[in-house]
Write a protein that binds this ligand. Structure first.
Ligand code: DSN
Length: 429
């Protein structure tokens, strides 16, 4: 039997092996194509990354690091991981990187393990002001293992309150200060954080997950070389596979590597590390840098048009890839806003706004990002049109029929920018 006639367990196409899952994969491809994806932490990764992540590297155990593994047969995956490491270092200019963390949370866990002892004091941004659950939320491992305290944004302009950061740092003398956010639309002043950390003798960590692509392209100041340790995901603005990594100064290298393995993880996901290598290679190109600039320009155009339409934005605008719409002055909650935009063909998430009086399950805000649609090819004219759709959908008097018409309008915008045409045609592996 020739290979191509082989219909054994190992060679069956998913459409034969598991029609139920195959149908769902097709349905999700259609959903992503037929709607406008504006969740600020999402992106479309390249077909090349999808191929790497769907490769035979998923079969391989490779506990350890390149050249120092606990398994045989690692000569190929050693080269893969070394490529990912070399490209990450070229992209961000760090002393050291560990590319094995499975996620952003694991990367943060490793960074804490490398810099803290259980019970140590940490100062980080409050989740309710735009931080992240792995920055010390009580029900998260971070909040259980370490003594987190939280700073926030000023009521007056909703920018990070650096005076509060300094006062809290002086009073609490934390072992670590963390900067980084999942819902903050402004540039973070890393040198100002560093100065405070130095004054109180704290280590300084940055979780740049949301802005990593902007940092790689030089359209947001880099924390690398300023912070002792920098964590990120790979799949947000950076546009790679769903995963994380940790970069650090040379003095923390061994601690970071040990924290990741054997501290937190067993075998690294070599197929995902191959996807990281591909994504970093793509991020080193001038095309990627131009696209990251477009992400920011698109977001500025979106913000401008949303405000023109009468919506309030947290901090009055944006410097990066996301805006936070504050619905407090409208009759709508964040949940209702999310539902309405969903019906209008635009996918976003409800999000708390600073000093929100509604619970996190409802919220008074919407987080809207431009990374995914920019990758898909949309530019400022489309962003302005989408902002008009958003404004119309959030009008209190908008009816079901209006939302239906807006959905058709969103679909028409998206249809001008086909997503993964080769996957739709079934010609890609
Ligand atoms: N869940 C991510 C986000 O949406 O920002 C952060 O991990």
């Amino acid at each position: 039997m020739s290979f191509i006639d082989d219909d054994s367990y190992l060679s069956q196409d998913i459409s034969e092996a598991d029609p139920a899952v195959a149908r769902l994969l097709g349905a999700e491809l259609d959903r992503q194509s037929d709607t406008l994806e504006m969740i600020a932490s999402e992106n479309f990764t390249s077909q090349a990354v999808l191929q790497a992540v769907g490769s035979v590297l998923t079969n391989k155990y490779a506990e350890g690091l390149p050249g120092k593994r606990y398994y045989g047969g690692c000569e190929v995956v050693d080269e893969v991981e070394q490529l990912a490491i070399d490209r990450a270092l070229e992209l961000f200019g760090a002393d050291h990187v560990n590319v094995q963390p499975h996620s952003g949370s694991t990367a943060n866990e490793a960074a804490y393990a490398a810099t803290l002892a259980p019970g140590d004091r940490v100062l980080a941004m409050a989740l309710s002001h735009g931080g992240h659950l792995s920055h010390g939320l009580k029900v998260n491992f971070s909040g259980k293992l370490y003594e987190f305290h939280h700073y926030g944004v000023r009521r007056s302009d909703q920018y990070i309150d650096m005076d509060q950061v300094r006062e809290m740092a002086r009073e609490l003398r934390p072992a670590l200060i963390v900067a980084g956010a999942s819902a903050y639309p402004r540039i973070i002043d890393f040198p100002a954080f560093r100065e405070i950390a130095d004054e109180v003798g704290a280590r300084f960590m940055v979780d740049m997950a949301h802005i990593a692509g902007l940092v790689a392209a030089g359209v947001h100041p880099t924390p690398v070389g300023i912070a002792d340790i920098v964590t990120t995901t790979i799949h947000k603005t950076l546009g790679g596979p769903r995963a994380g990594m940790v970069m650090c100064n040379a003095d923390l290298a061994a601690k970071v590597d040990k924290a990741v393995f054997p501290g937190l993880q067993g075998g690294p996901l070599m197929h995902v590390i191959a996807g990281k290598a591909v994504a970093f290679g793509q991020a080193l190109t001038p095309e990627f840098r131009a696209r990251q600039q477009a992400v920011v320009d698109n977001c500025a155009a979106l913000a401008d048009e949303l405000m023109e339409g009468g919506l309030d934005l947290v901090s009055g605008g944006t410097d990066n890839h996301l805006v936070l719409v504050d619905l407090s002055a409208t009759p709508l909650t964040g949940q209702e806003g999310e539902d309405r935009l969903d019906r209008a063909g635009i996918t976003v998430n409800k999000n708390g706004v600073p000093f929100d009086e509604r619970p996190p399950t409802v919220t008074s805000g919407l987080r809207i990002g431009t990374a995914a649609l920019t990758t898909r090819g949309l530019r400022e004219p489309e962003m302005r049109e989408i902002a008009q759709v958003i404004v119309a959908a959030l009008r209190p008097e908008a009816t079901e029929a209006d939302l239906e018409a807006l959905r058709a309008r969103s679909r028409a915008v998206g249809d001008r920018f086909p997503l993964y045409p080769r996957l739709h045609a079934g010609t890609a592996v």
